[in-house]
Write a protein that binds this ligand. Structure first.
Ligand SMILES: [Zn+2]
Ligand SMILES: [Zn+2]
Length: 284
């Protein structure tokens, strides 16, 4: 029988933003583990709306949250979620969300990080000088199912920030108030990226939680530790016409979180050659 190392175990999740909604189902169904929120002030590790700048990378911030959970509790298992938003890393033209989940097992002494880049996000910001412009922004941002933030002052030195706005009357009122009190002719509006205020982001975290739970349910074939799975993708799939290596994925590497064992595997879809449209020789 397959080992079930996390059945009946608790995994502590430091968050103020109800992220266990997105993560707990995958951990319960796949691992039989319970995700328990640890209400620590994760905002001091950085906020999306610019009041607290995040120090270092998303992974640094996730590691700090996990370390905080281990310091505050006697839990052996902890998990942190971190999101980043900006131009898509490949195309640059469309906004993208990057989600990261960082899991740590204190007793087995290993950590596992999984990440996801998705164009499925409502992330955007703009300066608006009329209620019409604000309403148009709100529609594109999937308001009111997704909350908005209104702010005055430059992004690195906000004077006023109103978060979590979720109904039309409150939005119009906040807009009028900020214009009046700032004496300016425009107000910044941006999407509220906190998971509890953003169902699209919650769905991305849920998808990534499935990936993480699947990894934790897969033992390393060499040492048996949980967390085995894809750690790298190698490009160079040969062109179907001339055999030149392309930038498409040729094979994937699966690896262990700790012992260093790894195995190279064919592409999951079994494709052995690339369409010549991707070839630098046939289609430069
Ligand atoms: Zn191993
Ligand atoms: Zn070719």
């Amino acid at each position: 029988m397959k080992p079930q190392p996390y059945r009946g175990r608790q995994v502590v999740l430091p968050t103020l933003h109800a992220k266990s909604q997105a993560i707990a189902p995958a951990f319960a169904e796949r691992l039989g583990a319970q995700v328990v929120e640890h209400p620590c002030d994760t905002d001091r590790f950085g906020t999306f709306s610019g009041e607290v700048a995040r120090e270092g990378t998303a992974l640094d911030a996730a590691r700090r949250k996990v370390a905080q959970a281990f310091a505050d509790t006697d839990a052996e298992l902890a998990l942190a979620s971190e999101g980043s938003f900006g131009p898509h890393p490949e195309t640059g033209f469309i906004p993208a969300g990057q989600e990261l989940l960082h899991f740590a097992d204190r007793a087995r002494d290993f950590a596992l990080t999984v990440s996801l880049t998705t164009a499925e996000t409502n992330y955007r910001m703009a300066e608006v000088d009329s209620l019409d412009a604000l309403t148009e922004f709100a529609q594109r941002a999937r308001f009111p199912s997704h909350a908005l933030i209104l702010a005055t002052g430059p992004r690195d030195a906000r004077r006023r920030v109103l978060k979590g706005i979720r109904d039309e009357t409150a939005l119009a009122q906040a807009f009028a108030n900020l214009l009046r009190e700032s004496g300016e002719t425009a107000v910044w509006v941006e999407t509220d990226m906190r998971a509890s205020h953003n169902p699209t982001r919650m769905a991305a975290i849920a998808q990534l939680a499935q990936t993480l739970a699947t990894r934790l349910d897969t033992p390393c074939p060499a040492c048996g530790l949980p967390g085995w799975g894809q750690v790298d993708a190698l490009t160079g799939l040969p062109c179907a016409w001339c055999g030149t290596p392309t930038r498409l994925v040729h094979s994937v590497v699966h690896g262990c979180v700790k012992c260093g064992h790894s195995e190279r595997r064919e592409r999951p879809d079994g494709r052995a050659t690339a369409d010549p449209g991707h070839c630098p020789e046939c289609n430069p």
